[in-house]
Design a protein around this ligand. Structure first.
Ligand SMILES: [Zn+2]
Length: 401
C-alpha cells in the first residue's frame, strides 16, 4: 500500500530534512527557527525554507510570539496536531484496547475496550479485523487522515517485515499486509512488551533515562529493552523473550513446548498452576471460591486478592518476585541499565512484587552495577501497551526508531 505520508521513503534529501525537523518538534516540543537551526546544525535560511514548506503542506503551525519577558520575541513553530492521526491497537488475551492520537501525540478519542478471546485461529483474526473496522468507522475523524494503525501482539513478531509468528501467520503475506488489504490503512506491528516499554519511555515513568529494561509480567513473561533511547530489536525483532530462558530445573512444559522456562515459575500461567496445586493440597485462600465458581482464573482477581492481604496470594507473588529478581540481577550485570520497570497486569501488586525483586537484585547482582539502577513500577499500568502502540506508530512513520 502506498504511504499516506509524503516524506516516508524515497523522498530525497528534502524529505529527510523535513522528517528531521518534525522529529525535533516531537522530541522537544515547539521551538523558534533559531533554536531548530542550532540544534539540527542547519543554517537559518534552510530551516526557514523547510518550515515554510511544512506550513504550506499542513504539518507545521506558526504558534505566534513566544510568551517570555524581555528582548525580541521570536515566532515559535509546532506540529499541526490535525495533520494526521494514528490508531493504536493493543491485542490482549481477553480484550482489545483501541485509542487514537493526533500528530502531537495527544489522545483524541476515549480508550475503547472490546471483549475478545485471543486464539491462533482464522476466526479470531476475522474478529480482530471486525473490531478494528468497527472502531475506525465510529471515529469522528476522516479515515483518510489516519496515517497508520500500530498493533501490538504477544509472542514473536518482526516489526520490519510485518510478520507475526506466534499468532495469525496463516498467509504467505505478512500480517501487516493482510490487515492493510482489509482495512485500507497502513499497519505496523510490534511485540506487546516492547510497546509497553515505549509507552513508558515516551509518556510514562521514564524521564531522562535512555537505557531501560521493561519487564512485562503478564500471562506470559517478556521484556522490552531500550538502549540509548531506542528500542533494541535484535536481528529479526525477537529480542526480549526472557520468559523462555531455560532458567529452572523443573519438569513443567512451557507454552513454547520446552521445559524449565523462566515463565513456568514467573507468569500468570504459573500463578494459576500454583494456586490450583495449593488449593488441592488443602490451603485456604480467598481465590478458591473464584477458581471453583467460574473455573476461570483472572489476573485482576489475583491482584485483588493480594491487595486484600490473602496470605497464599502474597506468598506466591513473593516467590515470583524472588525467582524473577534473580534473573533481573543477571540482566543488570549484562546491560547496566539506569532503570528497570516492572510492568504488566501483575505489577499492579506494587510493593508486594517490587520488594522481593529488589531484594533478589541486591543479593545476586554486582554491587557497583546495581547502584546505577532504579527499580520502579510502571506508571501507565494497563494503558502502557495502548499508548505505546499509538506513539510507536508515529515514531515508526518518522523513522525515529
Ligand atoms: Zn518457554
Amino acid at each position: 500500500m502506498a504511504t499516506r505520508f509524503p516524506f516516508q521513503d524515497g523522498g530525497g534529501k528534502n524529505a529527510t530534512f523535513k522528517k528531521h525537523l518534525m522529529q525535533r518538534l516531537i522530541k522537544s516540543g515547539s521551538a523558534s527557527i533559531a533554536d531548530i537551526a542550532k540544534e539540527l546544525e542547519l543554517s537559518i535560511p534552510t530551516v526557514t525554507k523547510f518550515v515554510g514548506e511544512l506550513i504550506r503542506e499542513g504539518y507545521v503551525k506558526d504558534l505566534g510570539k513566544q510568551n517570555t519577558s524581555g528582548g525580541r520575541r521570536p515566532n515559535v513553530y509546532g506540529l499541526n496536531p490535525k495533520s494526521g492521526y494514528f490508531v493504536g491497537m493493543d491485542v490482549q488475551r481477553k480484550k482489545i484496547l483501541l485509542a487514537t492520537i493526533d500528530f502531537n501525540g495527544n489522545i483524541v478519542s476515549n480508550d475503547e475496550s472490546y471483549p475478545y478471546e485471543l486464539a491462533n485461529t482464522p476466526e479470531a483474526l476475522e474478529q480482530l479485523i471486525h473490531i478494528l473496522t468497527d472502531y475506525i468507522s465510529h471515529l469522528e475523524i476522516d479515515s483518510r487522515k489516519i496515517l497508520q494503525v500500530g498493533m501490538n501482539i504477544g509472542g514473536r513478531v518482526n516489526p520490519n517485515t510485518g510478520f507475526s509468528y506466534s499468532y495469525f501467520n496463516f498467509s504467505e503475506k505478512p500480517l501487516t499486509k493482510v490487515l492493510e488489504g482489509r482495512i485500507g490503512i497502513p499497519v505496523s506491528l510490534e511485540n506487546d512488551s516492547r510497546a509497553m516499554m515505549y509507552g513508558e519511555f515516551m509518556a510514562g515513568c521514564v524521564k531522562k533515562e535512555k537505557d531501560v529494561l521493561f519487564i512485562n509480567l503478564n500471562w506470559g513473561l517478556g521484556a522490552g529493552i531500550l538502549i540509548d533511547g531506542k528500542p533494541y530489536y535484535g536481528k529479526s525483532g525477537f529480542s526480549g523473550q526472557i520468559g523462555h530462558i531455560c532458567a529452572l530445573d523443573n519438569e513443567i512444559i512451557c507454552n513454547c513446548g520446552k521445559k524449565g522456562c523462566l515463565e513456568t515459575e514467573a507468569s500468570g500461567y504459573a500463578i494459576e498452576r500454583m494456586l490450583r496445586e495449593r488449593i488441592a493440597q488443602g490451603c485456604t485462600t480467598i481465590m478458591s471460591e473464584k477458581l471453583e465458581a467460574h473455573g476461570e482464573f483472572l489476573l485482576s482477581d489475583f491482584v485483588d486478592a493480594v491487595r486484600k492481604e490473602d496470605m497464599l496470594s502474597i506468598e506466591i507473588v513473593e516467590h515470583i518476585g524472588f525467582v524473577l529478581g534473580r534473573w533481573i540481577a543477571g540482566f543488570i550485570n549484562i546491560l547496566n541499565p539506569e532503570m528497570v520497570i516492572i510492568g504488566g497486569p501483575l505489577s499492579e501488586t506494587h510493593e508486594y512484587l517490587r520488594l522481593p525483586i529488589q531484594s533478589a537484585i541486591r543479593k545476586y547482582s554486582l554491587n557497583l552495577v546495581n547502584h546505577d539502577t532504579r527499580l520502579v513500577v510502571s506508571q501507565l499500568g494497563e494503558r502502557g501497551g495502548l499508548i505505546g502502540a499509538c506513539l510507536l506508530s508515529r515514531s515508526r512513520l518518522l523513522d525515529m526508531i
